[in-house]
Structure formats: C-alpha cells, structure tokens
Design a protein around this ligand. Structure first.
Ligand code: DGI
Ligand code: FE
Ligand code: FE
Length: 201
C-alpha cells in the first residue's frame, strides 16, 4: 500500500484534529529518519499509522488484540491509555497486512517506549513528542534535543512522562520503567567515558 492509501484509511478512523496530528507525526518522523539514518519510508508509514486505533471503541480494540494473538498483562488491561498502542500494532497486522516487525514495534511501543528500542522506534517515539502541533511546556527543549541527539531526546521524553505519571499517582508500565533505565544507564556510561577521555588529554 502507498502512503496516500494509508492516509485515506486513517482519515476515516478519527476526528480531524487527530488526523492532523498523525500527518504531522509522519512528517516529523521523515525528518528525523533522514537526520539519523533510519528507513524514511518505514518512518512515514509508522508515523501516519501510530494512533490508528486511538478513537476505536474499547471492545473493538480488545478484539483486534485477541485476533493478533496478543495477551495483555493484568496491568496493561487495567491501563486504558496503553491499549491504543497495542491495538494499533494489532490493527496494522490483521487489517492492513503489515509484516515488518520494526514498523509493528514502533507502533506497539510508541506510548511506553521499552528497553532496547530500535532506531525507528526512537524516531516514532520522539516524533510523537515533537510533531508540529504539539504545544506543551517543554516542547522547545524537546525539539532542540531531538535535533541534537536522539538518545538524549528519548531520555528527556521518558523522564518527562514518568515524572508526570508519578505526580498524578498513575500506574507506570514496566516497559516505561525498563525503557527509562536502559537509556539513563547508557547516558551515564557515555558521560563516564567522556570524563575519562577528558582526564587523559
Ligand atoms: O496518543 P498520543 O496522545 O499522541 O500520545 P501517547 O500515545 O504518547 O499517549 C500519551 C498518554 O499516555 C499520556 O497521557 C501519558 C500516557 N502514558 C504514557 N506512558 C504511560 C502512560 N500512562 C500510564 N498510565 N502508564 C504509562 O506507562
Ligand atoms: Fe498514541
Ligand atoms: Fe500520537
């Protein structure tokens, strides 16, 4: 299927505002993919499709998840906000016939992130934070980081989400925590290495 065909499918599944968001995420994902060397076409596809089921009724989302053979953990089942990422990944497989694991995982983990994210997964995760219509406190910082270092942007995004959820006393998914630990650990190692290098000069 072509990008235009995906756009037509997505337009019918959601209100104008969210469709605009989806197109903006696709555009931003293309920009980041070019900058960091990810597959541009996959980035555009995952970008337009990432929120495919965000306005789909709960019962339909659960059905898609079942049809894709995905079993929700009790915590996933109890966190309604996380469903659309999982059912979105199911939708693109069972309804659109997408088989590319990287595209599927980019949609599956676009809300939580996870440990060991691929370049494409990071591109989609960040494009969702920095798409053109986003207007939250801190979006300027995120856009600057996204242009400077993709991993630093992922760390900032995860820390932002975890702080916000903890502040509101909401449940935090294990993938969110594991993703955060993964990127923060790698960032601290990188800093240690740089310190050692500076001391040797
Ligand atoms: O679908 P979008 O609105 O474009 O963005 P998204 O898929 O990143 O969803 C963002 C929402 O998901 C935001 O309200 C925070 C929430 N969220 C992200 N990670 C977790 C989470 N909510 C819970 N309860 N637990 C998480 O780990
Ligand atoms: Fe989403
Ligand atoms: Fe989104």
């Amino acid at each position: 299927m072509t990008y235009k065909e995906y756009e037509e499918i997505i337009e019918k599944r959601m209100k104008a505002g969210r469709f605009k968001h989806s197109k903006n995420v696709a555009k931003e994902a293309v920009r980041l993919a070019k900058k960091y060397g990810a597959d541009v076409q996959k980035a555009e596809t995952a970008g337009i499709l990432h929120d495919a089921t965000k306005e789909t009724p709960d019962s339909e989302q659960l059905e898609l998840i079942e049809r894709a053979g995905i079993v929700l953990t009790p915590l996933e089942r109890s966190t309604r906000k996380l469903w659309h990422a999982i059912s979105g990944a199911a939708f693109v497989q069972v309804e659109l016939g997408i088989t590319d694991e990287d595209i599927i995982n980019s949609i599956r983990y676009h809300t939580t992130g996870r440990a060991g994210m691929s370049l494409l997964e990071k591109v989609i995760f960040i494009a969702d934070f920095t798409s053109a219509e986003r207007d939250y406190d801190g979006v300027d910082k995120m856009r600057k980081l996204a242009d400077k270092d993709l991993d630093e942007a992922v760390l900032e995004g995860m820390s932002f989400t975890i702080a916000d959820l903890a502040q509101r006393k909401l449940t935090i998914a294990p993938d969110t925590f594991m993703g955060y630990n993964d990127v923060s650990f790698k960032a601290s190692l990188k800093e240690k290495k740089e310190k050692m290098r500076r001391n040797q000069l």
